[in-house]
Design a protein around this ligand. Sequence first.
Ligand code: NAD
Length: 282
Amino acid sequence: MAQLIDGKQISTAIKEELKEKVSSLKEAGREVCLAVIQVGDDKASSVYVNNKKKACEYIGIRSLSYHLPEETKEEELLSLIGKLNEDASVNGILVQLPVPAHIDEDRVIQAIAPMKDVDGFHPQSVGALSIGQPGFVSCTPAGVVALLKRSGVAIEGKECVVIGRSNIVGKPMALLLLRENGTVTVCHSKTADLKEVTKRADILVVAIGRPQMIDASYVKKGAVVIDVGIHRDENNKLCGDVDFASVEPVASMITPVPGGVGPMTIAMLMNNVVEAEGMQRV
Ligand code: NAD
């Protein structure tokens, strides 16, 4: 039986540590502040934004909320981002994606000052990660590394396989594992023989966006399996990209869905905001 990697417990521990840090910053007269911008009324986005605000409140981070109408012009959004970039009391800026189709997402991401890019999506943040310089890292892959480290999984020298090459999960995930001295292979939808590669993995990170696709036939005995996927199955129950019932008996450690990678994303966002405050003071 595999050991469960408990993302709920680990993310709670991180939030408690951040709460203490923010409280001692407050005593020193320093306030941490995140600006969250939502354009339009996408339901899922509203839930995500609300969860981020709640996490800020819990930790003691001031959150500024900007809920703009669907028909907001790109220039208006860019002008708001410009103002927040200039505002020294704002440490982090987050634009909830997706933005409405008439707004160019890349232009929005690039408008955020890299020092305040707490989502880690700005090309400068991605470039810094790829050449080993300091910068913000996309929250979900950063959460995966935190899960591994806090569960006592050594990454150095391990065969790490990432399935998925998206800009927000797969690619930064591969770069982070490389930074931790793993031997990293990235698979994607054009990989010729997926199983042949995934069966080599000591650490297998699955971020493909296909419900329960990865069963035991893809997994080496004793591998650590991290499931980034989130879906609802035919019974409306949450599930991941990994077929948990099939893989769990083969793996040495595994993340459940829910309660694995999911709760780590917000915890790492909060961590980035607190780090931003520190970086902006020096
Ligand atoms: P995406 O759709 O942008 O990318 C999916 C990747 O998987 C692509 O690179 C594609 O090449 C690869 N892929 C697709 N089918 C494949 C196949 N049959 N074989 C091999 N590779 C294949 O998705 P994403 O944004 O990277 O998200 C991946 C999953 O993670 C989704 O389920 C998403 O909901 C979830 N997610 C979770 C969090 C979280 O906080 N836990 C955050 C972001 C995404």
